[in-house]
Design a binder for this molecule. Sequence first.
Ligand code: PEP
Ligand code: CO
Length: 407
Amino acid sequence: MNVITPGDRAPWRRLPMDQQPPWPDREALQRITDELALVPALVLAAECDRLRERLAEAAAGDAFVLQGGDCAETFDGVTPVRIAATLDTMRRMAQPLAEAAGRPVVHVGRIAGQYAKPRSSPAETRDGVTLPVYRGDIANDVAFTTAGRTPDPDRLRRAYHASLATLNLVRAMMPELYTSHEALVLPYEEALTRIDDATGRMYAASGHLLWIGERTRRLDGAHVAFAGDVANPVAVKLGPTSSAGDVLALLDRLDPERTPGRLTFITRMGANRIREVLPGLVRAVTASGARVLWLCDPMHGNTVTAPSGHKTRAVSEVLAEIEGFLEVHEALGTVAGGLHLELTGAEVTECVGGAVGLSDLGQRYESPCDPRLNRAQSIELATRVAALLEKRLAPPRRGELAAGVEV
Ligand code: PEP
Ligand code: CO
């Protein structure tokens, strides 16, 4: 894919750009993004197109998407052992899901680029000291020191190289996995856009599927404009305050041509809100004649603070939101297209519950941001979701594709 000259890549720069790290050294930012504009693409246009086709299949009810990985990848976390464990966990989850759904699973990782985090507050105070909040390894360090928390543009370069190293392992270990991340830090995403020689279309070359987060999906903002300009499949997170009007406007902005597989809505309502909020959004999209892919993120609407002070989520709430998601789509006759989960193959102690009754979060809490399901909790969840799917599916479909995990 061709590189784009800097002058060509700026239309969204003038729009409100929420959640950007406050880079103190703008010259360094410019220098590094100029460098990144010349590096090899991480993913190819044809791979992004292939994923769009797979997502179209999922939207039509002919495949089931399992999107999962860390809330925030870290540079230190780029190790073969850790990556292999997460990929293996996703593979094990896919087996019961494919069997129960009678559909092949499309694997999408929150991986090889998930380094940027939106935050609810720009600063953090500990023991009377206030510093900038951690915004992901692409921006600053989790260490609570002035040096650590100062955004450093060199981290954009490190994020590219960490993504490249991760992708190298992913391509060897699980060639059918597609990559995804939140397109948050736009100077990075912009620097990694490339023009496809064959079609002349612009692609984000930083990952196959990019999503816009709940905090940056404003219609007049730079993030939506950027996503509208790239040819990759794109997704938008929808929280409980989303309106039918928001969703229809996003549909027109991001998928004006109604290209199958182009647009995914990832709903993250909370177990206690999903039955009330989701039907109106799904009805509005269906009535517009559009077909999008609906995924359930049962993590971000169910985050609570444990008495120990750790952010956590209960496996029972995660399952309850998925059950609500399946029920709503069944009632409306629409397709529950898959799951979006924060998980890891490591035996961390970040989410509570599951068969082993995990409750002591202090033992091994490693996430620098949101709590992830550990390996056992992830596999157990997949088995329980498979049981829910089996209960719902008409008998002739069930088992049709018993060996349906795509390889
Ligand atoms: C995330 O997926 O880590 C995230 C921040 O999600 P949301 O935008 O839905 O809050
Ligand atoms: Co998260």
